[in-house]
Design a protein around this ligand. Structure first.
Ligand SMILES: Nc1ncnc2c1ncn2[C@@H]1O[C@H](COP(=O)(O)OP(=O)(O)OP(=O)(O)O)[C@@H](O)[C@H]1O
Length: 359
């Protein structure tokens, strides 16, 4: 099976709307790539260009060794799953699954074999005679995925396939998708603005903003080593603490507390410190890097409290630190000492927003 390759892909609708800028990436046949980003960042436009539904203004799309940039959608062996299911309402599940193959004049015995195989994998065998109107959203979405799978396509594209499902069902179908695509050995490109889907499903995430790829990495690296402020702020819930701090000597000043800077060629006047709320904890006597402050807000997240702390000596609310703390205590209005472990701190350049410490 072939790998998918995008080289310097651009799309310009008019000088003011340039939704895709120089997107380059590859998806191997054992990879599940998610295009993640906020609404309007260009995800669907990239997907539509891969599908051949939109023509790139510049750049190249290759499937295996074949340049498909100028080929129409019908001449690319690509299967797409839409958010809206796109099932035929008057056809049964079997007919919906078989219709694409019939059009391609696949022999009836082969159609039967492939539909049976896919319906087994997707748990649809019991539903073969039902029509979409008499099925749940999750079942319909599985049929939509089935329609793509029976095709034996070179590339699978999925555009927000779970967004019409309620939260519980979304979790279930997400787990189904992970299992199904793990054994397909075909490049998969998945579009979502939901970071949980991106983190759980993908082998690789391309985080887009304003048409540019901000970071292209496995989910662990996106989460643990964000390349810039946008990535740091977009991925993770609750959001990473991002604090703009003045520098003094070899330290950044967080209120009254000195946080040693990493090794930098020159010390800037200001720097941005990032630390995730789950990495901030109540200090133990052995902790060396600590700050003190007063809790002014406690939000109950079920498993934890999200606690907002005004750091001692900090002049503005910009130096509020949020921490995920255990629920065995009511932290409200308490004076507490927090540890900020060095290994969990991220440093960003104030001007460019880029990370200052590459790992
Ligand atoms: N046919 C078009 N003509 C002009 N502008 C368009 C067209 N299609 C999309 N756009 C614009 O291009 C930008 C990117 O759109 P796109 O649909 O790729 O974003 P997206 O990241 O998929 O967003 P969403 O998550 O909301 O679907 C948006 O500003 C959109 O308004």
């Amino acid at each position: 099976m072939a790998k998918l390759e995008l080289k310097n892909l651009n799309k310009t609708y008019n000088p003011k709307v340039i939704p895709v800028k120089d997107v380059s990436l590859t998806v191997d046949n054992d990879e599940f790539l998610t295009l993640l980003g906020p609404s309007g960042c260009g995800k669907s436009t990239v997907l539509r260009m891969i599908a051949g539904l939109e023509e790139p203004t510049r750049g190249q799309i290759k499937i295996g060794e074949v340049d498909v940039t100028q080929k129409g959608a019908g001449d690319r062996n690509i299967a797409m799953v839409f958010q809206s299911y796109a099932l035929y309402p008057h056809m049964t599940v079997y007919e919906n699954l078989a219709s694409g193959l019939k059009l391609k004049k696949v022999p009836p015995a082969e159609i039967k074999r492939r539909v049976a195989e896919v319906s087994e994998v997707l748990g649809l065998a019991e539903l073969m005679n039902r029509k979409p109107g008499k099925m749940s959203g999750g079942q319909r979405q599985r049929v939509a995925v089935g329609r793509a799978l029976v095709r034996n396509a070179d590339v699978y594209l999925l555009d927000e396939p779970l967004s019409n499902l309620d939260a519980l069902l979304r979790e279930r179908v997400r787990a189904d998708l992970k299992q199904i695509f793990a054994v397909q050995k075909v490049p998969v490109v998945y579009v979502t603005h939901d970071q949980t889907e991106a983190m759980t499903l993908s082998t690789k995430v391309a985080l887009l903003n304003d048409g540019y790829v901000q970071q292209l990495d496995p989910p662990e690296l996106i989460y643990n080593h964000p390349a810039n402020l946008f990535v740091a702020g977009f991925v993770g819930s609750p959001q990473m603490n991002l604090l703009t701090l003045p520098c003094q000597g070899r330290s950044a000043m967080l209120g009254n507390f000195q946080i040693p800077l990493p090794d930098l060629p020159t010390v800037p006047p200001q720097i941005i410190l990032g630390i995730r709320p789950e990495n901030v904890r109540i200090a133990q006597p052995s902790d060396t890097q600590t700050i003190q402050g007063r809790v002014f807000l406690v939000e109950n997240l079920g498993m934890h409290y999200l606690v907002s702390v005004k750091v001692e000596g900090s002049p503005t609310a910009a130096t509020t630190v949020r921490a995920l703390l255990p629920t065995d205590q009511n932290w409200n209005n308490e004076d507490i000492t927090l540890a900020l472990p060095t290994e969990d701190i991220h440093w960003f350049d104030v001007q460019s927003g880029h990370t200052l410490v590459r790992r």
